[in-house]
Design a protein around this ligand. Structure first.
Ligand SMILES: [Zn+2]
Ligand SMILES: [Zn+2]
Length: 233
């Protein structure tokens, strides 16, 4: 019997025949069939090469990425997002991040473990996007660090938030695009990033601005490659 982490519904666990045939490691599910069906995996979609947004037209790159490429011509643009930011993800984030139900950090344990423990991800350093001091005081936890901790993924909090703490969500799109560098490198970690491959991790990719600011600093720390990752896009 599983109790859904999102809606509390109880359900008998189903073992799929394909999981038995392919010897897939059976991990106890933490969401019911209904909640599962509300998730929209981006792996099933045709997405922008730069930011994983579902393609709006026939171009490989979305208009935002084309604009970013002009500002950051040397940036590799390699973003992976797992799910489309839909009403289900919005509710999850609302309850987890803003209402502080940190049990919900467990919701993507399986997906995060699968992604970060894959062979091609070995030896990369995971760096969570930090939150402002004001948000930390309000919430008491960094939602990205909670997600990684819950999934058992090692990370390096190499970035420190020095911004005003005005919430991204309370800024309009133009303000978000133009905001100044909100982060600095934590001296302790600078040397450890030199010549290392890094993955910057955020919960949601909105405009990309946050990740670009962070990536700029990691380039200064001489990381060899920089990739970005988010649960939702
Ligand atoms: Zn449910
Ligand atoms: Zn894009």
């Amino acid at each position: 019997m599983l109790t859904c982490l999102c809606c509390g519904k109880q359900e008998t666990e189903k073992v799929l025949l394909k999981d038995i045939v392919y010897f897939k490691k059976l991990v106890s599910a933490n969401r019911c069939q209904t909640c599962q069906s509300r998730l929209a995996p981006l792996a099933n979609e045709v997405t922008c090469l730069g930011c994983c947004r579902i393609k709006q037209d026939g171009n490989d790159w979305c208009l935002d990425c084309i604009k970013w490429k002009k500002t950051y011509p040397d940036y590799p643009f390699s973003h992976t997002a797992l799910f489309q930011y839909n009403s289900f993800l919005k509710e999850w984030l609302e309850n987890f991040k803003y209402k502080g139900d940190y049990r919900l950090a467990k919701l993507f344990d399986q997906e995060l473990t699968d992604y970060f423990n894959a062979k091609n991800q070995k030896n990369k350093k995971c760096i969570p996007i930090p939150i402002s001091q004001a948000s930390m005081e309000l919430r008491g936890f960094n939602q990205v660090e909670e997600l990684l901790t819950s999934a058992g993924i090692e990370f390096y909090p190499a970035l420190v938030h020095i911004g005003t703490g005005k919430k991204q969500s309370s800024k309009n799109r133009k303000e978000r695009m133009e905001s100044d560098q909100p982060f600095k490198l934590d001296e302790k970690y600078c040397k450890q990033l030199k010549n290392k491959r890094v993955i910057l991790i955020d919960d949601v990719y909105t405009t990309g601005r946050t990740l670009f600011h962070a990536a700029e600093l990691l380039r200064q720390a001489e990381a060899t490659t920089i990739e970005t990752f988010s649960i939702a896009r």
